[in-house]
Design a protein around this ligand. Sequence first.
Ligand code: SP5
Ligand code: ZN
Length: 346
Amino acid sequence: MLIVHNTLHRQHAGRHEMFRGRLVPCHESPDRLDHLLAELHKRPVGTITEPGPLDEALLARIHSPRYLQFLAGAWDEWVALDPANAELDALPSVWPVRGFRADVLPANFAARMGLFSFDAGTPLTAGSWTAARQGAACAVAAAQAVASGSTRSAFALTRPPGHHAGTDFFGGYCFLNNAALAAQTLRDGGFERVAVLDVDYHHGNGTQSIFYARGDVLTVSLHGDPSTEYPFYLGYADERGEGEGAGCNLNLPLPRGTGFADWRAALGRGLDEVKRFGAQALVVPLGVDTFEGDPISAFTLRSADYFDIGRDLASAGLPTVFTFEGGYAVAEVGINAVNVLEGFGS
Ligand code: SP5
Ligand code: ZN
């Protein structure tokens, strides 16, 4: 397995996220990836490398030009409002809901923060753009290596995560959709039909929305039932795709408290769908926030279960790109993620 490491990830280090009327310390912290890297040094399941420069044209096929332009300049705009802002995270606090104008680009910075986001849990910091771009480069490089045939599987070892980010919005700790970039890279690399099988605790709303009307990329997500779990407003079983993408989206919501036996049965359904679709390559947004000890999630998977997840995913027999997504029980993140990779094999 090829492991493509984002060595610039620490440049994204949010201080606070909004929770129940308070700013609380960010769950999505740099030490998550440090633990994962340390575990990979203990159990070398692959070769660690760094990506080349990011393909800007590819980035612009997944994300809108005005969103990318906003992200590129957002930190400087934030500090220009007040030099003291350099010591604070930028968080949105106002959003255009139904009936508001989303087509007009406001001049006001706070208004654009809200236009391009969906929660107040995703701080934008001085190095967020640098870290997210390098993460995107990791996902693309991982997919290019798989598409070229130089490796059968690859892991984008990166943060911030990506699966909640849409064409033109950030949220859920995500800015650029690494899994979508990997899927598009696999398509461009010659795989006619690509499947995304998202195993993070949270619904992959960004990835689903990016590919919802496309028939060449299947999106499947196993996640906490959105009626009680973040991101709440998408991820129901009746969302099956539209237009050419009709039938090319499958959501498998599961109730809080779901244990490994039921979770694994849902994974089996997801894998059946990947097979039925005739996927030639697979992208797995890999979150380990399904772990029993995760502080913000409510499934009860144990560390040993992650080996079986890896084995089940390998049974699809497809060239596979993993992107690293959630998982907030920091001390166990590395063990659980590397268990998946070890179970998967090479
Ligand atoms: C990539 C990913 O896993 N994103 C998840 C984003 C979840 N954001 C909402 C978190 C709600 C925090 N709840 C805090 C519970 C504290 N005990
Ligand atoms: Zn998650």
